[in-house]
Write a protein that binds this ligand. Sequence first.
Ligand code: KIV
Length: 289
Amino acid sequence: MSTFTIDSGTSRATPSPVPGKRMTVPAIRARKQGGVTAEPIVMLTAYTMRYAQLLDPQCDMLLVGDSLGQVIYGLPSTVPVSLEMMCAHGAAVVRGSWHSLVAVDMPFGSYEASPEQAFASAARVMKESGCAAVKLEGGEAMAPTIAFLSARGIPVIGHVGLTPQAVNQLGGYGARGKTEAEAEKIVGDARAVAEAGAFCVVVEGVMEAIADAVTKAIAVPTIGIGASANCDGQVLVTEDMLGLFERTPRFVKRYDDLATQIGAAVEIYASEVRSRSFPTADQTYRPKA
Ligand code: KIV
């Protein structure tokens, strides 16, 4: 069942606080013209309504990443993430945004078996969340599926290089492309998904030179994460860049230290509760004088 209502005047799921139009797939694709992207694409992950509201004004795309498995649910990897989780969080992010294009990750096991399985899963995600695109991991092997979805009205973001859903096969989350054969395979994967119809491609956890080669090799924008400053856009997991985790991967730049700020605020709250200095008259209901 759908959990959002379409604002038919603007095609937005929620009314906009300011006049404007939600970013579209053709607009994102068109950022790269003749191999050049004058304005890099800004993308962050979002899993909840409130984060979406806060990130939306600065972003071109919000990604409801399956990284929510670890970030929100404390799971050991993205492998256990379900289609239900992605639909629910996707709908929340659509409700909290009005400007960014919202893309939702296809979780492990929901698309790999066949193009038909992928279509059924992606159509469900789009109907239940109101998102405009889906992202799926994989290179050459996924090209026929991407072509099948793209030909049927489902915009697809590709994802090559380090593909976290394959962690059990890869044996970890280390950067990819350290051998020439692996580097060639990643460039070939990116070419295959772009030629199959992906409107942009996430390039994750690869040697810088490979990300540069991929960005030169494909006509559609690349979105880097642990890749290269020369990619056509960048994405990070928001909780990582805000400093909500003690440990962050090398490719993450921390733009704040929210874990420390939250810890300090909660410490003051706990001490005020214990000393009965919260709540005060300001936070208490009393009969009007
Ligand atoms: O799941 C996710 O958050 C992602 C990004 C890291 C690209 O796929």
